[in-house]
Design a protein around this ligand. Structure first.
Ligand code: OGA
Ligand code: NI
Length: 329
């Protein structure tokens, strides 16, 4: 039975956008809707022509920094169930989630908790370390999430390694090149409630992902936008697809043969949107540098080498709780 508390208004339950969430004009997305980009490649991972798949991935990663994958072997119910349990989690009272997060080593950021340049994002966010699974899973709330998320997390690990393997093949790197490097995985789920005026708010400010790769499930509500040729374009919803994007570390390791593209999330006035991002990251002690085999006289290194932990330390690459989600070596 519904209690009084259930009826207490949540932060987003408003008729107009409060000043606390109104971005200054230069940061606003402006007039919506933006065009959905039909050119971002949709890649069929069950294509028996492996070479064709590899080439399409490399081309998409250079041109857009983004592509979508279908027929990827992750069953539809795994991702929809994950969306559903996360939705339930986000619907719990904010203080309750925050208390659990604080106690158990994961991150909950309600929309009013963290301002960037004085303005709040139109989203609630949770971040959770995912690897090694046995160590991380016990920290999820038992109900409603643990088992469902364990399956999702494992499937994302499998899928990301499969994609990284195709990429290393396409770049001419040795088999398993990225495997040892990709020992950190965390999940970042965002709840973007329907917004009375999407033209003045943002779900996520424009940014680059500082991962190796990111795999995003955006359910069936559009909202992710990519900067392409200087224009913002929407990444369309493709049923049961995952959006894959190249992170900064992979751009560097590929010596610029793959591109990390800037992107952001806009809100919409019609319906709530929930997304689940999986970040595959290097371990803190990894040396990040262009792969040796890609460097020769006509291809000098475009980036200096550095320790990933130094990059993280100086940039807080994954937000104010970077250390928590970036498992130590
Ligand atoms: C991110 C991100 C976009 C989205 O979490 O890094 O870009 O659509 N998310 O939620
Ligand atoms: Ni991102």
């Amino acid at each position: 039975m519904a209690t009084m508390e259930d009826h207490v208004a949540r932060w987003f339950d408003v008729q107009s956008v409060p000043l606390s969430h109104t971005f200054p004009p230069e940061n606003r997305p402006g007039k919506l809707p933006f065009p959905t980009c039909s050119a971002i490649p949709i890649i069929n991972l069950s294509n028996p022509e492996r070479l064709d798949t590899v080439q399409k991935i490399i081309k998409a990663s250079l041109n857009f920094g983004f592509f979508q994958v279908i027929n990827h072997g992750v069953s539809e119910c795994v991702s929809t169930e994950a969306l559903n349990v996360l939705k339930e989690l986000f619907n719990m009272p904010g203080e309750e989630i925050s208390r659990d997060a604080h106690k158990n080593g994961w991150v909950h950021m309600g929309s009013t908790m963290y301002a960037i340049d004085g303005v709040h994002l139109w989203r609630d966010n949770i971040k959770h370390p995912c690897h090694p699974l046995e160590k991380c899973m016990q920290h999820w709330p038992q109900m409603p999430t643990r088992e469902v998320m364990a399956t999702y997390v494992q499937e994302m690990r499998r899928l990301s390694f499969r994609i990284l393997e195709l990429i290393s093949e396409g770049l001419g790197l040795e088999k398993g090149y990225f495997e040892e490097i990709s020992q950190v995985q965390f999940l970042s789920a965002s709840n973007y409630p329907a917004c009375p005026d999407p033209s003045v708010t943002l779900g996520v400010l424009k940014h680059f992902d500082h991962s190796l790769i990111t795999i995003l499930f955006q359910g069936n509500v559009e909202g992710l936008q990519v900067l392409h040729d200087g224009k913002w374009v929407g990444v369309g919803v493709v049923p049961n697809a995952f959006v894959v994007n190249i992170g900064t570390q992979l751009e560097i390791m590929s010596n610029g043969k793959l591109r990390s593209a800037e992107h952001r999330a806009v809100t919409n006035s019609e319906e709530d949107r929930l997304s689940i991002a999986t970040f595959i990251n290097p371990s803190p002690n990894c040396i990040i540098e262009p792969a040796k085999v890609l460097i020769n006289e006509s291809n000098p290194p475009l980036y200096d080498s550095f320790l990933f932990k130094d990059f993280i330390g100086s940039s807080k690459a994954f937000g104010p709780f970077t250390e928590l989600v970036q498992t130590k070596d």
